[in-house]
Design a protein around this ligand. Structure first.
Ligand SMILES: [Zn+2]
Length: 168
């Protein structure tokens, strides 16, 4: 089955998420599309940068603003693999991005639908058209696999430490 236009972009965001998982970052990816081309892409770099603000969306927004020489991303769409958090919703609103597509919901930190509905809050001066659950399954599975691997690794480390302690 050939992917639709929006699926095609989400696959690019998923590719970014994969890049994050390869360097042991929580796999979340984002791309920003303008006139049918990607002008910003990013994946989570919080650990590598030791910077709490380096979420995929923020990295992609920074790149897109640089590309357009503008803080306004008015004719853009953002594609993110996971429902954005409060900070990223703030960045999306401040950049005036009109449309978002995201994959899986984030019941613990999502601020588009799950915990807050920031992108559709009409008290703010900008609202965003929201499309959710686009390729949500691969996005969710990537996260699940990532955390399962971490748990496995921690368990193995604990076991190794215990074995070493018993030896001594
Ligand atoms: Zn975020």
């Amino acid at each position: 089955m050939t992917p639709t236009e929006s699926e095609k972009w989400m696959l690019e965001a998923l590719h970014e998420a994969k890049m994050a998982s390869l360097i042991c970052e929580v796999p979340i990816g984002a791309v920003i599309v303008h006139d049918g081309e990607i002008i910003g892409r990013g994946h989570n770099l919080r650990e590598h940068g030791q910077d709490a603000t380096l979420h995929a969306e923020v990295v992609a927004i920074q790149e897109a603003c640089e590309y357009l020489h503008s803080w306004r991303l008015e004719d853009c769409q953002i594609y993110v693999t996971l429902e954005p958090c409060i900070m990223c919703c703030g960045a999306i609103i401040n950049a005036r991005i009109p449309v978002i597509y995201y994959g899986a919901r984030d019941p613990k930190a999502g601020a588009v639908r799950s915990l807050y509905q920031l992108l559709s809050d009409d008290r703010l001066n900008h609202q965003v058209e929201v499309h959710e659950r686009l390729l949500a399954r691969p996005a969710g599975e990537m996260l699940e696999n990532f955390f399962r691997d971490i748990r496995k690794r921690k368990k193995a480390e604990k076991k190794a430490r215990r074995a070493a302690a018993e030896k001594n």
